[in-house]
Design a protein around this ligand. Structure first.
Ligand code: FNR
Ligand code: LAC
Length: 350
């Protein structure tokens, strides 16, 4: 099954409120759609007669070898979509040799997930809370559990409005679930109160503290779409940035990530790792991202579609399927090395 088939199957089996949470975005969902369309607007310029008998999707991220440049984007509350929650995601990602970025809003403790993901293949996403003691504690836990990097999400300084009526009256953490990395020890946590606790006063100056609390782990800043911001993040000590608009879930009509990627790569690509997410649905999208200078991509909703349909098997199939599509696209485009995709493989967007 390709990703689109997983989406249809997941829609058919997921309860309506959870589906609205998963599929929806901010405002009129212009950016949700534009993220997908923007990759399609770029055109490939395949090369021929290049001996593609040996193609490798392997690359390095943060200096470490990985089998695929397709990563699991951090996404909240997998317990809503499968009874095994993040443990199923972890198993599927591990089987697909994909790095798993665990959301701080997971319904499974980061320690339990760590036990299910190989060393070197787990990163921890976090939100910086106004209560810095809480943030510091989770940084320390992530370092102790062997996470290889922190992904600090910065596109959510104030609470957004999601179109599909995702508000206190319709959506919450089910009583049977907890958020052990965000509100440890709290029964039936109020998600909206927690989101209101993200620190709106956060600035570039705070990034150094975060890395320090995690024993110097590399920090990637997620949610950057501008050259000046990317430069300021790297100047402040970030090892990399994730070009992301949170899958269109925060600020509607935000620039599509495929279109923002180029200016960020031009600004910091020579001295920092640039990753991208949003709207990646095909191997050709991954190939375009690599050509435009991303080191790797993260995939959000498709992983959850796989999870909802078939647990770990579905997560594996989505990730392995995208990697196989990438391999095919590379061959057809005359490109054998995912770590060295030439910029001129893509033409200007239509
Ligand atoms: C997200 N995303 C997200 N990001 C983050 O940093 N922390 C989080 O807890 C979540 N939670 C979350 C839940 C759900 C249901 C979705 C769909 C997304 C955003 C995610 O990391 C990523 O940026 C987008 O999902 C990428 O877009 P696509 O691949 O979904 O189009
Ligand atoms: C979301 C939050 C949890 O996108 O990041 O729903």
């Amino acid at each position: 099954m390709d990703v689109a088939a997983f989406e249809a199957a997941a829609h058919a089996t997921t309860d309506a409120v959870a589906w609205a949470y998963l599929a929806g975005g901010a405002g009129d969902e212009v950016t949700v759609a534009d993220n997908v369309d923007a990759w399609r607007r770029w055109r490939l310029r395949p090369r021929v007669l290049r001996d593609v008998s040996a193609i490798s999707t392997a690359t390095t991220i943060l200096g470490a070898p990985v089998a695929t440049p397709v990563l699991v984007a951090p996404s909240a509350m997998h317990g809503l979509f499968h009874r095994d929650g993040e443990l199923a995601t972890a198993e599927g990602a591990a089987r697909a040799n994909a790095v798993y970025v665990l959301s701080q809003v997971a319904t499974t403790s980061l320690e339990d997930v760590a036990a299910a993901v190989p060393d070197g293949a787990r990163w921890m996403q976090l939100y910086v809370q106004a209560d810095r003691g809480m943030t510091r504690a989770v940084c320390e836990r992530a370092a102790a559990a062997g996470y290889g990097a922190l992904v600090v999400t910065v596109d959510s300084p104030v609470v957004t409005r999601r179109t599909r009526d995702i508000d206190r009256s319709s959506f919450g953490v089910p009583p049977s679930m907890a958020l052990p990395n965000l509100a440890p020890g709290v029964e039936a946590p109020d998600l909206f109160a927690i989101v209101e606790g993200y620190d709106p006063a956060l600035t570039f100056d705070d990034l150094a503290d975060i890395s320090g609390w995690a024993g110097g782990l590399p920090v990637l800043v997620k949610g950057v779409v501008r050259a000046d911001d990317a430069t300021a993040c790297v100047d402040a000590g970030a090892t990399g940035v994730v070009v992301s608009n949170h899958g269109g879930r925060q600020l509607d009509t935000c620039v599509a990530t495929a279109d923002a990627l180029v200016e960020v790569v031009d600004a910091v690509g020579a001295r920092a790792e640039v990753l991208v997410d949003g709207g990646i649905r095909r191997g050709v999208d991954v190939l375009k991202a690599l050509a435009l200078g991303a080191r790797a991509v993260l995939v959000g909703r498709p992983v959850i579609w796989g999870l909802a349909v078939a647990g770990a098997d579905g997560v594996h199939d989505v990730l392995a399927g995208l990697t196989e599509e990438l391999r095919t696209a590379m061959g057809l485009a005359g490109c054998t090395d995912a770590a060295a995709v030439p910029r001129d493989l893509v033409g200007p967007p239509r």
